[in-house]
Design a protein around this ligand. Structure first.
Ligand code: MTE
Ligand code: CO
Length: 424
């Protein structure tokens, strides 16, 4: 077993977590005062906030979280990104409950920054092998029949830093390139009916309106199956970071294909071999050849508490929390091990358990200060079982970056602090 950071040479825990380094250790939480209650506020006293009128209704025209939740933010890793415009940040999974990601906490991945798209000037153009080449306004899109679906979006690079060993000491950094919201929009099959697809059309090139002009090829079967153009997330307009005013939704498939600020769909009869599917988002194998078009995100899970940011604060009964998802369908079962994979217990799944959607699981356990090696293993409705990193590397070798869905291990120490470690 190697500890985090050992294979990463100069990477120290401090430099990786920056200001957030304190979060996650018992001692740090105590020194930050997070655990020190003011006796004057506790029963049977009247708390200091009770005798006075509170803030009025207009204090926050657009509501914001309590100031005591200010540590719950997206975070980025300096050395992972060349510039903030071609960058990524991470969802704070360890601080979330349920299965919905709040809009302001959805991780962001941009290749050319966030464009400021005026919805009045927004257009979606459809061209190529169709009967009628059409250009839709946002209002046109909103006049189509509506569909509402919860889906996870996971970047293919999620966990990509962990292929060769435990590197980033945090749930947020190792698993946080995933979010899960309810999308409202139009099924692409409805748009296809409107434009009329020629029989020889077999691929669609989706193109973004950002400065990266990011584009991807998608087979027509997937487009007609469950893809949609979304204009809302969690009940409100898409956030600019997530592609305002419209993005492509490609359920269960790698996040890169979910083209944001979508401006064009071209129907063709072969893949377009875009940069993002040839140079990037391919899996380099041991023999030097690269796998292409590895679109589906296989079943995966993570324990969100305890984890490096969520130390165990007391002995006795604990509630382990986690999230599981599969790009092939519904989560069927999640097992949890506290001893590095020797013994497994089945966790409780909290419904609704939906297709290609994050599923919350919990498991109560007793802790008396012993060391734990916490793991979770997801199974989906197709029978697929989340692999160990050893099993994955046997097939994929050591050159991969993308599509790491291996079981992770959190080591809980006697003082309750937690580290990301590699078993095997
Ligand atoms: N679409 C455009 N137009 N430009 C981009 O840079 N990034 C892609 C995809 N769609 C990107 C894009 C990548 S790599 C991912 S993982 C997802 O958007 C991230 O979506 P999010 O920012 O909503 O998390
Ligand atoms: Co991505």
């Amino acid at each position: 077993m190697t500890k985090k950071g050992q294979q990463a040479g100069s990477l120290s825990r401090r430099s990786l977590l920056g200001g957030a380094a304190a979060i996650g250790t018992t001692a740090a939480l105590k020194s930050a005062g997070a655990l020190e209650a003011n006796p004057a506020n506790l029963p049977p006293n009247v708390s200091e906030w009770t005798p006075y009128l509170g803030a009025g209704v207009d204090a926050n025209p657009y509501g914001v979280p309590s100031e005591f939740e200010s540590h719950v933010v997206r975070r980025s890793v300096e050395w992972l990104t060349a510039s903030t415009e071609s960058s990524v940040n991470f969802t704070p999974l360890q601080d979330l409950e349920g299965f919905v990601t709040p809009n302001g906490l959805c991780f962001e991945r941009h290749h050319g920054g966030v464009p400021e798209v005026n919805p009045v000037d927004y257009r979606l153009m459809i061209n190529g092998l169709v009967d009628r080449e059409l250009i839709f306004t946002l209002d046109d899109l909103k006049r189509f029949p509506q569909t509402n679906r919860f889906h996870f979006l996971e970047c293919a690079a999620n966990g990509g830093m962990e292929w060769r060993g435990a590197q980033l000491n945090g749930c947020q950094y190792t698993f946080g390139m995933v979010h899960n919201v309810q999308y409202t929009g139009v099924k692409l099959s409805d748009i296809c009916r409107e434009v009329g697809i020629k029989p020889e059309a077999s691929w669609v090139m989706a193109e973004g309106g950002d400065s990266a002009g990011m584009n991807r090829s998608i087979p027509i079967e997937k487009i007609l199956d469950d893809c949609m153009i979304a204009y809302a997330m969690n009940g409100e307009a898409l956030r600019p970071e997530q592609g305002y005013p419209a993005r492509l939704v490609v359920p269960g498939w790698e996040g890169n294909m979910w083209v944001k600020w979508i401006r064009r769909l071209e129907f063709g009869d072969m893949p377009y071999m875009a940069r993002e599917e040839t140079s990037k988002y391919t899996d380099l194998m041991e023999d030097g050849k690269a796998r292409m078009f590895t679109w589906v995100m296989d079943a995966k899970s993570v324990v969100t508490s305890p984890c490096p940011e969520k130390a165990l604060m007391s002995k006795g009964t604990q509630l382990l929390r986690g999230l599981a998802w599969s790009g092939r369908g519904k989560i069927d079962r999640v097992d949890v091990s506290l001893d590095g994979g020797k013994n497994w217990q089945t966790a409780e799944l909290h419904g609704p358990v939906m297709d290609k959607c994050l599923t919350r699981f919990t498991l109560p356990f007793e802790w008396n200060g012993e060391e734990l090696l916490v793991q979770s293993r997801a199974m989906d409705e197709t029978g697929y079982v989340q692999p160990t990193i050893g099993e994955l590397q046997k097939v994929r070798g050591l050159n991969s970056i993308y599509h790491n869905n291996a079981i992770a291990t959190w080591q809980v120490h006697a003082d309750g602090s937690v580290d990301n470690v590699r078993l095997g």
